[in-house]
Write a protein that binds this ligand. Structure first.
Ligand SMILES: *[C@@H]1O[C@H](CO)[C@@H](O)[C@H](O)[C@H]1NC(C)=O
Ligand SMILES: *[C@@H]1O[C@H](CO)[C@@H](O)[C@H](O)[C@H]1NC(C)=O
Ligand SMILES: *[C@@H]1O[C@H](CO)[C@@H](O)[C@H](O)[C@H]1NC(C)=O
Ligand SMILES: *[C@@H]1O[C@H](CO)[C@@H](O)[C@H](O)[C@H]1NC(C)=O
Ligand SMILES: *[C@@H]1O[C@H](CO)[C@@H](O)[C@H](O)[C@H]1NC(C)=O
Ligand SMILES: *[C@@H]1O[C@H](CO)[C@@H](O)[C@H](O)[C@H]1NC(C)=O
Length: 670
C-alpha cells in the first residue's frame, strides 16, 4: 500500500507533464518564457526572428520545459506531430545564408554548436556522433558539398548529423498520388507552413510543406526510422538557425506541437505577417526660397561626385548576381584591410599580395588576396570560374569566401588561417617542430582535400601547385590546401601563343614540363614531393654544399635502396619525440611511388588516400628503380629560388626539347 502510494507520488509529476505547445504568433505572455539565445529575438509584431542579416551568427528558440518523448518502462518513443510557419528573407535575393531547423535536443542552448553549414546544431567534432541524441528537420538554403547537400533549397531529416538521412527539394504535392508537384522557394520571403509527423507505430517520419493553410495529403519527404534509440526519455523542443558568409533573416510566425496526438492547427491568415519588401520612397526636396545659383552650384558638386563615384564603382552586372559566392564591395574590403596597409600584409607570391583583414560588421577574420588582372577580355569567364571554385567546400581546403573586382584589380577573400603556411614549420622555425602525429594528420588531410578536388565535385579541378607553402594550417593544425584552381584562372588571362607552365620547380611532373599540360597525375606527382618534404623536413630541391642541389627523391631513394628508408626522416623526429616507424615508412614509400616519372604508373588520389588510411596495403616496391622515380632530376642544375622563375630552354636530361615551355609562372604561393 505504502509502496503504491510512493509510486503514485513519483508518477504524479510525470502525468502532469506538458505535452502540448501552441503559439499563434509570439505576442502573448507565454511566449516570454521561450528560451532564446544567440541573436534570436521576439519582435514587437509577434514574429520570432531567429537570425538577422549579420554573418556567421546563430539563434535558438526552445520551449523552456522538458518533454517526455518515451515510455520509460518500454523505452519506446511516442508519436509526435508539430506544425509551424516559417519565412526566410535573404540579404541578397536568391542567395540564402544558411538555414533553419526544427530541433529536438538534449539541451536548450546547444552549446559548442557552430553557425554556417552547422545550422547552430552541431560542430565539426561532434557531427555524426551517436551520443548527440539530436533529431532535426532542416530547411537549408545553401548547398554544402561537405554534407552532400542536393541543392540550395532543400528540406532534410537529420539524425545526429548534418548529412541528411533523407532530403528533398522544397515543394509539395497537389494531388494524393504524388504525380503533380509544385516547387517552393524557401528563401522567397513568403510564409511556408510545415508539418512534421512521427508515427511510432509505423516508425515513420514525414515532412509536409505548403504555401497555404491546408495540409497536402502526401508528404514531400518521409523516412522510415524508429526514433527510440535516438531520443532520450526527456528532450527539449525548439528551433535553430544560422547565417554563414551570406545571411538571411529566419522567422517563425507560429508553432504548434503535441506528443501522442494532433496539435492545434495553424491558420496562415491569422498569423502575424512579415512586412512586404521595403520600397524606398523617392523624395523630392524642393527648396523654393533657395537662390537659383545655389541649386546650380550644388547640382555641379553632386554631378562631379556622382561621376567620380560611377567611374570608380564596381558596377554589378546582372550575371554577377546569379552566381555563387559573395561579392564584396571594394569599400568593405578596403575598410577590412585598413586601406590595404603594408602592416596588414601577410605575404606576397606569384598571384599577388595577401592582406589580413577583419570584415566590418561580423568581425570575421579573412585573408584578402589582391591580384591585378589586366585583360578585360574573359572577365566574365574569370568570375564564373571563381563562382565555381567558391562552391567547393571541404574541411581540408581553404574556403574562398567571395570576391570583388574594381577596374583592373581582382580581390579574392579567403578564410583566415591562424597558423600560417606549413613550410614555415618545416623549414624556418626549428623551435616549432611538428610532431609526427601532426605531420601525418596534415598529409592525410591534404590528400583528402586533393581527392575531393579530383573526384568529389561536378567537374575535375586540378590544383596545379601542391606544395608545402600552399598548405595552410588552421587553429587546430589541420592542413588545408589553398590557391586551388587559381592557376587555371590565370591561364584564361594569358596569351594563348605561349604555354605557361604553372607550378613550382621540384614539384613539376616531367610530362608537365614537356607538354605544359596539368593533369590529376601531375597533381599526384606534386603531392608525392610534398609528402617527402613533410617527412624529411627538406625541400624537394635543396642547395647542397657544392654547386649541385640535392634532389630529395634521389636522396630518399638512396635510403630505400639500402633498405633503411625510415632513416630519411627529419632528424628532428625521433630525438625523444614519438614517431611510428610503420607510418613513416608508408609515407616515404608512397612518396616514391607518386614520384614515378611515368604518369600512368603513379597511383590515383583515391588510392593514395586508401594507402594512407591503411585500407589497402602498398603494392610491391621491389621493382622500383631510380630511373622510374627520378622525374625531379631535370631541375637539378637550376638555381632554386622560391619566387617566380623561368625555365631556360636548354635543360639537360631527356626532356630538353622544350622550347615551347617558355617560363614557369607562379611560384611561391605566399
Ligand atoms: C513562465 O515560467 C515561470 C517559471 O517556470 C512560471 O511560473 C510562469 O507561470 C510561466 N509563465 C507563463 C505565462 O507560462
Ligand atoms: C543583428 O542582431 C545583432 C544582435 O541583436 C545586432 O548586433 C546586429 O546589429 C543586427 N544586425 C542587423 C543587420 O540588423
Ligand atoms: C508504456 O509501456 C507499458 C508497457 O509496454 C504500457 O503498459 C503502458 O501503457 C505504456 N504507457 C504509455 C503512457 O504509453
Ligand atoms: C562540440 O560540441 C560539444 C557539445 O555538443 C562540445 O562538448 C565540444 O567542445 C564542441 N567542440 C568544439 C571543437 O567546439
Ligand atoms: C562521441 O561523443 C562521445 C561523448 O562526447 C565521445 O566520448 C566519443 O569519443 C565520440 N565518438 C566519436 C566517434 O567521435
Ligand atoms: C541515418 O539514421 C541512422 C539512425 O537510424 C544513423 O545511424 C545513420 O548514420 C544516419 N545517417 C545517414 C546518412 O543515413
Amino acid at each position: 500500500m505504502l509502496f503504491s502510494l510512493l509510486l503514485f507520488l513519483f508518477a504524479l509529476p510525470v502525468s502532469s507533464q506538458l505535452d502540448e505547445v501552441y503559439f499563434s504568433g509570439f505576442k502573448d505572455v507565454t511566449s516570454q518564457n521561450l528560451t532564446l539565445n544567440g541573436i534570436a529575438e521576439i519582435q514587437r509584431d509577434g514574429i520570432l526572428r531567429l537570425t538577422n542579416e549579420t554573418s556567421r551568427l546563430m539563434g535558438h528558440a526552445f520551449h523552456p520545459s522538458l518533454f517526455r518523448f518515451k515510455n520509460s518502462s518500454s523505452g519506446k518513443a511516442f508519436s509526435f506531430s508539430t506544425s509551424f510557419a516559417l519565412a526566410i528573407v535573404p540579404e541578397y535575393p536568391k542567395l540564402g545564408g544558411h538555414g533553419m531547423a526544427f530541433t529536438i535536443a538534449t539541451s536548450k542552448d546547444l552549446k559548442g554548436a557552430l553557425p554556417s553549414q552547422y545550422l547552430g546544431l552541431l560542430n565539426s567534432s561532434d557531427v555524426g556522433n551517436f551520443s548527440n541524441h539530436l533529431f532535426a528537420v532542416e530547411f537549408d538554403t545553401v548547398q554544402d558539398f561537405e554534407f552532400g547537400d542536393k541543392n540550395d533549397n532543400h528540406v532534410g531529416i537529420d539524425i545526429n548529423s548534418l548529412v541528411s538521412n533523407a532530403s528533398e527539394t522544397a515543394g509539395y504535392y497537389t494531388d494524393d498520388s504524388g504525380s503533380n508537384r509544385q516547387d517552393l522557394n524557401l528563401k522567397g520571403g513568403k510564409s511556408i507552413l510545415v508539418w512534421v509527423d512521427y508515427d511510432a507505430v509505423s516508425n515513420l517520419v514525414s515532412v509536409t510543406l505548403s504555401s497555404s493553410s491546408t495540409k497536402p495529403r502526401k508528404p514531400i519527404l518521409s523516412f522510415p526510422v524508429d526514433l527510440s534509440p535516438i531520443l532520450q526519455d526527456e528532450m527539449y523542443v525548439g528551433f535553430s538557425a544560422s547565417t554563414g558568409l551570406l545571411a538571411s533573416s529566419h522567422y517563425l510566425m507560429g508553432w504548434s506541437f503535441k506528443i501522442n496526438g494532433q496539435p492545434k492547427s495553424l491558420d496562415l491568415s491569422s498569423l502575424p505577417q512579415l512586412p512586404g519588401p521595403k520600397k524606398k520612397p523617392i523624395s523630392l526636396i524642393v527648396g523654393v526660397s533657395v537662390p537659383v545659383i545655389l541649386i546650380g552650384l550644388s547640382a555641379i558638386v553632386v554631378g562631379v561626385y556622382l561621376f567620380r563615384k560611377i567611374k570608380n564603382a564596381d558596377i554589378i552586372e546582372s550575371w554577377e548576381l546569379e552566381i555563387g559566392p559573395h561579392r564584396y564591395s571594394y569599400q568593405e574590403l578596403k575598410k577590412a584591410t585598413r586601406g590595404f596597409k603594408d602592416k596588414e600584409l601577410l605575404g606576397q607570391g606569384g598571384f599577388g599580395r595577401v592582406y589580413k583583414g577583419t570584415l566590418p560588421g561580423s568581425r570575421t577574420e579573412v585573408a584578402v588576396k589582391r591580384v591585378s588582372h589586366e585583360s578585360k577580355q574573359g572577365l566574365r569567364e574569370f568570375v564564373s570560374e571563381i563562382a565555381s571554385i567558391g562552391r567547393l567546400r571541404h574541411r581540408n581546403l581553404v574556403q574562398l569566401l567571395g570576391w570583388c573586382r574594381r577596374r583592373g584589380d581582382l580581390l579574392l577573400v579567403y578564410d583566415y588561417m591562424a597558423n600560417g603556411s606549413l613550410d614555415k614549420y618545416l623549414f624556418d622555425e626549428p623551435e616549432n617542430v611538428l610532431a609526427w602525429e601532426q605531420r601525418f594528420k596534415i598529409i592525410k588531410g591534404v590528400a583528402s582535400g586533393l581527392l575531393y578536388l579530383h573526384e568529389g565535385y561536378e567537374q575535375v579541378v586540378i590544383h596545379r601547385d601542391v606544395k608545402a607553402s600552399n598548405v595552410l594550417l588552421d587553429c587546430e593544425l589541420n592542413g588545408r590546401l589553398g590557391d586551388f584552381g587559381l592557376a587555371r584562372l590565370y591561364d584564361h588571362g594569358s596569351d594563348p601563343q605561349t604555354t605557361h607552365v604553372v607550378g613550382t620547380l621540384g614539384y613539376l611532373a616531367p610530362e608537365q614540363t614537356r607538354t605544359g599540360k596539368a593533369t590529376t597525375s601531375s597533381d599526384v606527382f606534386a603531392f608525392g614531393a610534398f609528402m617527402l618534404e613533410v617527412v624529411c623536413g627538406r625541400r624537394p630541391i635543396e642547395q647542397g654544399g657544392g654547386s649541385d642541389g640535392v634532389v630529395l627523391v634521389d636522396w630518399v631513394y638512396g635510403f630505400f635502396n639500402r633498405g633503411e628508408i625510415v632513416e630519411a626522416k627529419d632528424e628532428n623526429l625521433g630525438m625523444g619525440r614519438e614517431y611510428r616507424e610503420e607510418e613513416v615508412e608508408l609515407v616515404l614509400k608512397l612518396g616514391l611511388l607518386c614520384s614515378n616519372s611515368e604518369a600512368s604508373r603513379r597511383p590515383r588520389m583515391r588510392q593514395v588516400v586508401q594507402y594512407l588510411n591503411g585500407d589497402v596495403a602498398l603494392p610491391d616496391m621491389s621493382s622500383l628503380s631510380l630511373s622510374s622515380c627520378s622525374g625531379l632530376r631535370l631541375g637539378h642544375r637550376q638555381d632554386h629560388h622560391d619566387s617566380a622563375m623561368s625555365y631556360p630552354s636548354s635543360m639537360d636530361g631527356s626532356c630538353s626539347h622544350t622550347s615551347s615551355v617558355a617560363e614557369s609562372l607562379l611560384s611561391g604561393g605566399r
